[in-house]
Design a protein around this ligand. Structure first.
Ligand code: SF4
Length: 81
């Protein structure tokens, strides 16, 4: 399941540099996660790096993108092929 950034985002820029898939875009009023690129860090890290970096705890599951671990891994492979 891809992640998404909710309205509590303060556009602090902590998350964008840590994404291994360049899925995060700086935007106003809140940053955006491209669900076609977010793998929840599957394939790259043990846990979502943006969530670790976010001081506002505003990065949550995107309910529109239910994916299995295998699907997230396949997405990661395709992104980095
Ligand atoms: Fe990027 Fe990982 Fe956050 Fe998804 S969970 S947006 S891949 S840092």
């Amino acid at each position: 399941m891809a992640l998404m950034i909710n309205e509590d985002c303060t556009a602090c820029d902590a998350c964008e540099p840590v994404c291994p898939n360049t899925a995060i875009t700086a935007a106003r009023p809140i940053y955006l996660i491209d669900p076609m690129k977010c793998t929840e860090c599957v394939g790259a890290e043990d846990e979502p790096q943006c969530r670790l970096a976010c001081p506002s705890d505003c990065i949550v599951q995107n309910p529109d993108f239910a994916e299995t671990q295998d699907e997230l891994m396949e997405k990661y492979r395709q992104l980095h092929a």
